[in-house]
Design a protein around this ligand. Structure first.
Ligand SMILES: Nc1nc2c(ncn2[C@@H]2O[C@H](COP(=O)(O)OP(=O)(O)OP(=O)(O)O)[C@@H](O)[C@H]2O)c(=O)[nH]1
Ligand SMILES: [Mg+2]
Length: 238
């Protein structure tokens, strides 16, 4: 474990009002952890709930309210930049819908002692998902195999959005030049990290399907996920 690590968890939100307070409680239960919510003007008022959390936990919870075109990739670029500027030494990414359990945060942080990037992995020990219908398991497993086959990346879970970065690794990524906006952004970050020689580790997690709110995965996001791995291969080396 990195002593006195200053840990910042970046969480993009779009319509997560039922989930955010529970998630925040789970993250803040860990001493030394801060939360940055990147809300995309959620119509359900998630942004106001995030403001109330920031008021209640001054100095530990911060909110970015994005305007203009929304998207997971854009939100992460803005949030990760803010995270770097805040001086955090470990920067985490996780979903707001409670699929990623904050109890795993210290395990990811511990593995970051000798890795630049640590992935919370669903596929390290079989398939560790709860409450997923069979078609979701197949879709996710196919997406992961597809990405690994096209890009030749070695992690068992290349599409997990639960990650921990050492700040020096994140600083080296070309955040300005990222092309994908949906779920493919997660793959693009990993690709850039692995071709820069980052030491990538994985720790097993059990992923739990969301109980509240709706998935934002659209046909457009899925189409982007099919194309981006090929675009990455064609990209010139930095
Ligand atoms: N800021 C922002 N966050 C988003 C956007 N789309 C999705 N998110 C967040 O990204 C995380 C993952 O989105 P989900 O809809 O859960 O996607 P998913 O996990 O692939 O789908 P499910 O498994 O069905 O929940 C959640 O925290 C969402 O609130 C967006 O356009 N902007
Ligand atoms: Mg989800």
């Amino acid at each position: 474990m990195i002593p006195n690590a200053d840990c910042l968890v970046v969480v993009p939100t779009y319509n997560e009002r039922e989930n955010l307070p529970t998630l925040a409680r789970g993250i803040l239960a860990h001493p030394g952890y801060r939360l940055l919510v990147v809300d995309d003007g959620s119509p359900d008022g998630t942004g106001q709930i995030a403001n109330a959390l920031a008021e209640e936990h001054r100095g530990r919870v911060e909110v970015m309210h994005r305007t203009g075109p929304r998207g997971l990739g854009r939100s992460y670029v803005d949030g990760l930049r803010r995270g770097l500027a805040s001086g955090a030494r470990l920067i985490f990414q996780m979903d707001a819908d409670l699929s990623h359990n904050p109890e795993y945060l210290p395990a990811l942080a511990a593995a970051a002692a000798d890795h630049d990037l640590v992935i919370g992995s669903r596929y390290l020990t079989g398939v560790s998902v709860v409450n997923w219908p069979l078609h979701r398991i197949f879709l996710s497993a196919f997406a992961n195999r597809y990405v690994r086959a096209v890009t030749r990346m070695s992690p068992t879970d290349c599409t997990s959005g639960f990650r921990c970065w050492r700040r020096e690794a994140l600083e080296r990524l070309p955040l300005d030049a990222m092309v994908s906006n949906g779920y493919a952004f997660i793959v693009e970050m990993l690709f850039e990290a692995s071709r820069r020689g980052c030491r990538i580790g994985e720790v097993p997690i059990i992923f739990v399907e969301r109980r509240q709110g709706q998935s934002k995965v659209s046909g457009r996001v899925l189409a982007e996920s099919l194309i981006v791995p090929w675009r990455l291969l064609l990209r010139r080396r930095p």
